[in-house]
Design a protein around this ligand. Structure first.
Ligand SMILES: Cc1cc2nc3c(=O)[nH]c(=O)nc-3n(C[C@H](O)[C@H](O)[C@H](O)COP(=O)(O)OP(=O)(O)OC[C@H]3O[C@@H](n4cnc5c(N)ncnc54)[C@H](O)[C@@H]3O)c2cc1C
Length: 418
């Protein structure tokens, strides 16, 4: 959509083919009839440092709809939750004691915030670099659980630049859109349509091939093929390989070498607030015995009044697609998750639950391995007129809508140039 915006403004004729019946992709949301706002299927927020997204919202005239509340993130230590999302909170966190380890943790955090030299860091795994410089205790208490949580069996393979990027670019105030992320996507789509961009929903592209007459041929299920001078694909690398099998073998091999994690997220609507302290995001170390990585009380970020007074909580996890949570039914997952809710509020009883929704995606989080910068597939593919912009090419920053905007606009710049 960001690419379409730039190309349409340059006077190009642009069409978007979207497989789903809504715009927004992984950042999409849904709304019950009695809710004023939508809730994101997968928890989403923006950071105040998301300059590309905020800049685009400015251009679209939608910036005034973005708000930045100050929700609280907490971390588990010895069975207790402690706020952990700012320097004062990190200094007060009891998990590291108050001696050398805390000083090491603080100095390392400061170094990573100040250095810009991520290229030097990507040569090392976060596991080896952190163990060496933060020390075993700090690493094993603070950082290793986070890496295990996000990357599961790959946690020792992730490079240190990924870690650097997370510390470098994040803010404590978190942003959302009045009405929810889906409202942003819908408002954005409306602007695009008003500029003449054709948005075709329910229109999966099954194949793209070079057209012998010039340009590219798009196969659209049973509909007649369409011809375009250029196309930008924004799916996962695996899907690109299926859609464009005529890409040269070395480019396809590069796509196949990229690794990623999936995500399984369940949303529960409750009659009452779960975290009475008003905490938003609970980071849960994998070894603490919970069946999810994060519990996120959305309505401690966006007030429950926007959801008909219901309290919404997410239980989310990043998992490889062979994990059982990808095959369990919604009821089976609920039975796994619900017994743990009382750990967040001893008064919780299952009759608090109004309803639940389950969302899964096989492509949620790319895994940047050592020297990832050398393995990123080019935006301009070797097929003339075919471009590719995905989460797997966002680097060194961690994927996010802000960087989807950045890479989309970069791709549009190349398309216009060519
Ligand atoms: C659990 C989770 C939490 C996240 N949290 C945040 C967050 O807090 N903040 C943030 O900014 N970002 C977050 N993200 C990341 C954010 O969702 C992505 O960075 C962003 O959505 C990527 O946008 P994209 O356009 O590159 O891809 P996608 O959003 O994946 O969009 C790709 C689109 O292609 C469509 N498509 C697929 N196949 C076809 C086909 N054959 N033909 C036509 N269309 C097709 C899909 O339906 C989809 O709409 C999160 C992601 C996940 C999974």
């Amino acid at each position: 959509m960001a690419a379409a915006w730039d190309l349409a403004r340059r006077g190009q004729r642009v069409a978007i083919y979207e497989a789903a019946d809504y715009v927004g992709g992984l950042a999409a949301g849904f709304r019950q009839p009695h809710w004023d706002w939508s809730v994101e299927k997968f928890y989403h927020h923006w950071f105040q440092s998301d300059a590309h997204l905020l800049g685009l919202a400015d251009e679209l005239g939608l910036r005034q709809n973005i708000i930045f509340p100050r929700p609280y993130t907490v971390l588990l230590h010895k069975g207790q939750w402690h706020p952990f999302d700012s320097i004062p909170h990190a200094l007060a966190f009891p998990g590291l004691g108050f001696g050398l380890n805390k000083a090491r943790f603080g100095l390392l955090g400061l170094y990573l915030r100040l250095t810009g030299n991520w290229r030097a860091l990507e040569k090392y795994t976060a596991h080896e670099w952190m163990r060496k410089w933060a020390g075993r205790h700090v690493y094993e208490t603070m950082w290793e659980p986070m890496l295990i949580g996000k990357f599961g069996p790959y946690y020792k393979d992730v490079n240190m630049a990924w870690f650097w990027a997370r510390l470098k670019s994040r803010t404590t105030r978190l942003g959302t859109y009045t009405g929810g992320f889906q409202q942003f996507s819908d408002d954005f789509a409306e602007k695009l349509r008003s500029m003449g961009v054709a948005i075709h929903l329910n229109s999966p592209v099954s194949r793209i091939d070079p057209d012998p007459q010039g340009g590219l041929t798009l196969q659209l299920g049973t509909r007649p093929p369409e011809n375009y001078a250029q196309a930008l694909i924004t799916t996962s690398p695996g899907l690109l390989a299926k859609i464009a099998p005529s890409l040269p073998e070395d480019y396809l091999a590069g796509l196949a070498s990229l690794k990623s994690m999936g995500a399984v997220v369940m949303i529960f609507s409750l009659k009452h607030q779960l975290s009475e302290q008003g905490w938003y995001w609970f980071n849960i170390p994998k070894n603490a015995g919970y069946p999810f990585l994060a519990l996120v009380e959305h309505t401690n970020f966006v007030p429950p009044e926007h959801f008909g007074g219901e309290h919404l909580i997410y239980c989310g996890d990043y998992l490889t697609t062979d994990h059982e949570n990808f095959s369990l039914t919604k009821e089976e997952l609920a039975a796994k998750f619900i017994p743990h809710f009382a750990k967040f509020n001893p008064n919780f009883t299952p009759d608090w639950i109004n309803e639940s929704w389950l969302f899964r995606t096989p492509y949620a989080q790319p895994i940047p391995l050592v020297n990832h910068s050398r393995n990123i597939p080019a935006i301009q593919t070797p097929l003339a007129g075919l471009y590719f912009a995905s989460m797997s090419q966002v680097y060194p920053w961690d994927r996010g809508t802000n960087f989807a905007v950045e890479i989309g606009r970069k791709a549009a710049g190349m398309m216009a140039r060519d």
